[in-house]
Design a protein around this ligand. Structure first.
Ligand SMILES: NC(=O)N[C@@H](CC(=O)O)C(=O)O
Ligand SMILES: [Zn+2]
Ligand SMILES: [Zn+2]
Length: 351
């Protein structure tokens, strides 16, 4: 049995670091695991301009642990008012991607896009400037069942965008269904998807059987087992179209354990260990490195990292909560025993 696993240092191609007092927690955890991260722009207010992206980047850099070389890669939040000039300014400021949130689809998406057709000049500019196009792929129509929202998005919106912008590098974020796996597989090589650890590890039974477990609640929502199996198959297949994006999305404990709990799972604390178990259980530990460390930078046209991390087969228990600002965040899988451990300095949690 493999006892140690050394990988090119991974990157996270979809993370929420939040802002302000939360940054020491979120940036510390991300930097302990990853060299780079695609930082989601759904702050309040959202990151809609080059200046806001640069200022946010500076706050993240200032929150890094001493000696850390962690590199945040910035993303612009698209609205109905984004202009081609905004895109050119973002590119000049070092922003690498733009994110489409259909208005109302998820946490802090109120300023998101209501009219995709109106966005076409912006998408053309992104295509020209070489910015990546990232999507939260769910429709928001109240008559569409929450478990069908990703599949209907493929039919109504995503298929059209991919056909109309063949040269745009497009990432369907945090996919949750066999339908998305099939769609991305058959699309051209400019279309890829990120897959989270929670959608690989769990299905909706984990969230709903024996009691409602708010810490498994995220968007797009966990689906049935058949879809989980399709995601595992895609992630471990060796296809460069599927790569690591944790969608680590912290919410204070009390805002998840509530009558109307927030959507989002906090996975940054133990991300690579959570993924490693999935790959090992699928008999594909040898494919973890490409998924976690090669396919992402290749798709973004960035160099692969040159240093490595080492995971050791060691049982350890995830803390029940972690301090974050003046509150606590519950890591996904709190109090579960993991069997791989990254050798890294890690900020301790509350026991
Ligand atoms: N995934 C989530 O459930 N929540 C994310 C937003 C998102 O990525 O959709 C958040 O910002 O909390
Ligand atoms: Zn999302
Ligand atoms: Zn997200």
């Amino acid at each position: 049995m493999t006892q140690q696993l050394t990988l090119t240092r991974p990157d996270d191609w979809h993370i929420h670091l939040r802002d302000g007092d939360a940054l020491p927690r979120t940036v510390g955890d991300a930097a302990a695991q990853f060299q780079r991260a695609i930082v989601m722009p759904n702050l309040v207010p959202p990151v809609t301009t080059a200046e806001a992206a640069v200022a946010y980047r500076d706050r993240i850099l200032a929150a890094r642990p001493a000696g850390s070389t962690f590199e945040p890669l910035m993303v612009l939040y698209l609205t109905d008012n984004t202009t081609p000039e905004d895109i050119r300014a973002a590119k000049a400021a070092g922003v690498v991607a733009c994110k489409l949130y259909p208005a109302g689809a998820t946490t802090n998406s109120d300023s998101g896009v209501t009219n995709i057709d109106g966005l076409y000049p912006v998408l053309e500019t992104m295509e020209k400037e070489g910015l990546r196009f990232l999507l939260h792929g769910e429709v928001t129509d109240s008559d569409i069942d929450i478990f069908d929202r990703e599949r209907i998005f493929l039919e109504r919106t995503f298929s059209r965008l991919v056909a109309d912008f063949p040269a745009l590098h497009t990432v369907l974020e945090h996919i949750t269904t066999a339908d998305s796996v099939d769609f991305v597989r058959q699309a051209g090589d400019r279309v890829a998807a990120t897959i989270t650890a929670h959608h690989l590890r769990y299905n909706r039974n984990h969230m709903l059987v024996g009691g409602i477990r708010p810490h498994y609640y995220c968007l797009p929502i966990l689906k049935r087992n058949r879809h989980q199996q399709a995601l595992i198959e895609a992630a471990t297949s060796g296809s460069p179209k599927f790569f690591l994006g944790t969608d680590s999305a912290p919410h204070a404990k009390g805002r998840k354990e509530a009558s109307c709990g927030c959507a989002g799972c906090y996975t940054a604390y133990s991300a690579i260990e959570l993924y490693a178990e999935v790959f090992e259980d699928a008999g594909a530990l040898d494919r973890l490195e490409a998924f976690a460390s090669h396919f992402g930078p290749d798709f973004y046209g960035l160099p692969r990292n040159t240093d490595t991390v080492t995971l050791t087969r060691t049982e350890w228990q995830l803390p029940q909560a972690l301090p974050m600002a003046d509150t606590e965040v519950v890591p996904l899988g709190a109090q579960e025993t993991l069997r791989w451990k990254l050798e890294t300095p890690r900020a301790e949690g509350a026991a």
